[in-house]
Design a protein around this ligand. Structure first.
Ligand code: 5GP
Length: 191
């Protein structure tokens, strides 16, 4: 029988560097681990591609998918809706592919409850000040949206200890990635 893939749940506040660390994993383990592209009602940021970064849909379509039970989990984050496509994720896992979900804490809690065998990883900033600086430096959000994201970050950080693993992204990307790589190798070997 085909061995099932391992589901990884990756969370951390906006601006903590999740995207960069995660990209390294996909590059090194191409063909072994896939990224689940979520649906969102948020407007695309400059450079984001529909179907690659997110499936950008409107609220009505989002609600239709909720009604149809098409999401493994979904949540409201900083005024927008986000959801993980259920059939895509379970299909890949059944084919033996590992899958990484980059989702917020509300979504991660739902997934952990439904699929307790998943491996949850939280990325922490070295301090709140560093996070604020990174988020502002990114220049992708208005001041109002940055404030909402910082408030949300404060709340999210309180959930870090409920994850299976925590990684502090405080030094170089290489250091943070080395920890993620180790977790990935350990968890996929055990399965
Ligand atoms: P952003 O707007 O910066 O792309 O994402 C905002 C937050 O939503 C991030 O914490 C991101 O991980 C989370 N997110 C992205 N996709 C999903 C999803 O499908 N479900 C949930 N619950 N959160 C998501």
């Amino acid at each position: 029988m085909q061995k099932k893939g391992v589901l990884f749940v990756f969370s951390g506040p906006s601006g903590v560097g999740k995207g960069t660390i995660k990209e390294r994993l996909f590059k090194e383990f191409e063909g072994k681990i896939a990224f689940s592209v979520s649906a969102t009602t948020r407007e695309p940021r400059e450079g984001e591609v529909d179907g690659k970064d997110y499936f950008f849909i409107d609220r009505q379509e989002f609600e239709r998918r909720v009604e149809n039970n098409e999401f493994l989990e979904y949540a409201e984050f900083a005024g927008n809706r986000y959801g993980t496509p259920r059939s895509y994720v379970t299909g890949l896992l059944n084919q033996g592919m590992d899958v990484l979900l980059e989702i917020d804490v509300q979504g991660a809690l739902q997934v952990k409850e439904r699929m307790p065998e998943c491996v949850s990883i939280f990325i922490l900033p070295p301090s709140f000040e560093v996070l604020e600086k990174r988020l502002r430096g990114r220049g992708t959000e208005t001041e109002e949206k940055i404030c909402v994201r910082l408030e949300t970050a404060c709340h999210e950080l309180t959930y870090a200890s409920s994850y299976d693993y925590q990684i502090v992204n405080g030094g170089t990307i290489e250091e943070a990635y080395a920890q993620l790589r180790e977790i990935y190798l350990t968890c996929t070997k055990q399965n």
